[in-house]
Design a protein around this ligand. Structure first.
Ligand code: PGA
Ligand code: ZN
Length: 422
């Protein structure tokens, strides 16, 4: 049973505060750091911040207080492995649809720390506690090699230009190839844009100033892939994060210094899919455009991922399924606030033929529960950035899991039709 729940204010990769929650049982301890998004969906659970001058308003002392004073007394004495009941309790204690009372960050920290403590109490690795003996799928990583939008200083409007090692035979081979391509691309970027362009964005991908057209980013990535000898072994993917480009007043999107209508943007996607090995497009349209998502899903034979569209909410996933919007879920626990709701969103997606991509946030720490979550769900896909420790620790944990699983480990088979059959 749970004997203590505590929280602290710590720092994330942006040197901004976030929460670290610890759950103790007599038999084990669970600790979880809470990630934080910058390009956030309007329908996400509220990230509770203190305001005021301290940490420029971003302090999380209120959320820490909520964990220790309002949540802890309710959870002490309960069975740590009863994740569902604990998450239901958290949701009802908060009592708001957007988790603005206790804070989505407070809820997420407690819910994930309970999960980690459950695994520790049973002395099982987190991925196995979550997925049982069936948990064996190492995810295909989507490497955000070139960043734009809110997360990078480049002139690119699309937020992430990812390479996908679909042709690798194993996870470790995939990571090795991505590392080689990343450094090859660095050389290309340095010779084209100068050494100052080797800075990285929030997810550890390059963000060279001077690039504006996604095609130029794709060309650079494909050149790096070719020069490493992996021609045809990589696919491309993007996260457009289109809500950030959308102007509700005019109903248009600001892309490459043009105001594009939905139709023009859809045509652009058609051209990109025709001209490039592009297999996955995340948030191609703004977060309330279920109809547009449905049209695009129908028109293009690629993966259409709902991030801000679904915000990992089982209800919004249900709406998507009913309307044929998207064919993949981006899963971020802190968008919804509890592990059980995220799992419900994932299983609802899976039952309806939607792929599941487990995702980091642009604000992260080196905590690796995300890697275990991906394997525990047999999600088949992960996006967790590129370089720097809050990213590479996820890969390191996945490499460790791959080694632990040995011949039981699979790669690619659970990634869904678009990332499996190029
Ligand atoms: P965020 O960005 O973590 O800042 O929300 C990542 C994404 O949009 O997928
Ligand atoms: Zn996104």
């Amino acid at each position: 049973v749970i004997t203590d729940v505590s929280a602290r204010e710590i720092l994330d990769n942006r040197l901004e505060p976030t929460l670290r929650v610890t759950v103790e049982t007599g038999a084990g301890t669970g600790r979880a750091d809470v990630p934080c998004g910058r390009s956030r969906g309007a329908n996400e659970a509220v990230d509770l911040r203190d305001g005021g001058d301290r940490y420029r308003g971003l302090g999380v002392r209120t959320a820490v207080g909520n964990v220790e004073e309002r949540i802890a007394p309710e959870l002490i004495g309960t069975d740590v492995t009863d994740q569902r009941a604990i998450d239901d309790r958290l949701v009802s204690l908060d009592g708001t649809p957007d988790r603005s009372n206790l804070g989505g960050n407070a809820l997420t920290g407690v819910s994930v720390a309970v999960l980690v403590a459950g695994a520790a109490t049973l002395d099982a690795p987190l991925y196995r506690y979550l997925g049982g003996v069936d948990a064996s799928a190492l995810p295909v990583p989507l490497f955000d090699l070139i960043e734009g939008g809110e997360l990078g200083a480049s002139g690119l409007d699309f937020q992430e230009h990812q390479v996908v090692p679909t042709g690798a035979d194993s996870f470790s081979e995939a990571v090795r190839r991505c590392s080689e391509v990343y450094h090859e691309l660095g050389g290309l970027i340095e010779s084209e844009f100068g050494p100052a362009s080797l800075d990285v964005g929030d997810e550890g991908g390059y963000t060279p100033t001077g690039l504006t057209d996604p095609r130029d980013a794709f060309d650079l990535e494909l050149r790096a892939v070719e020069e490493c000898g992996y021609g045809g072994e990589f696919s491309l993917a993007v996260d457009v994060a289109a809500s950030e480009l959308y102007d509700p007043d005019t109903g248009t999107y600001d892309v490459m210094d043009e105001r594009m209508t939905r139709g023009e943007l859809v045509d652009l996607y058609g051209d990109l899919v025709d001209g490039y090995p592009l297999v996955s497009i995340e948030d191609p349209l703004h977060e309330e455009d279920f109809d547009g998502f449905a049209q695009l899903t129908d028109a293009l034979d690629v993966q259409i991922v709902g991030d801000d569209l679904f915000v990992t909410s089982p209800d919004r996933v249900q709406t998507g399924i009913e309307r044929g919007a998207a064919n993949a879920l981006l899963l971020k626990v802190n968008q919804v606030g509890t592990v059980s709701e995220a799992l419900a969103a994932a299983s609802r997606s899976r039952r309806n033929g939607y792929a599941v991509q487990v995702s980091e946030r642009s604000g992260q720490t080196a905590d690796t529960w995300l890697a275990d979550l991906a394997v525990g769900l047999n999600a088949g896909q992960i996006k967790t950035g590129v370089s720097r420790s809050e990213r590479t620790e996820q890969y390191n944990r996945l490499l460790e899991i791959e080694a632990e699983l040995g011949s039981a480990a699979t790669y690619g088979v659970d990634a869904g039709p678009c990332l499996t059959d190029r």
